[in-house]
Design a protein around this ligand. Structure first.
Ligand SMILES: [Zn+2]
Length: 45
């Protein structure tokens, strides 16, 4: 029951936006970044 509630909670979260270009971020990797892959790549140059 508790696990189901958690799933519902995450479903209802708004999409994460890139802090740099405001594009929706694919949450493939986790919260260590708030940037999209493109901006992250730029930063890691
Ligand atoms: Zn970006």
């Amino acid at each position: 029951m508790a696990i189901q509630s958690a799933v519902e909670f995450f479903k209802n979260l708004p999409p994460k936006l890139c802090s740099n270009c405001q594009q929706e971020v694919n949450e493939m990797h986790d919260c260590y970044t708030h940037k999209c892959e493109k901006c992250e790549a730029e930063e890691n140059k």
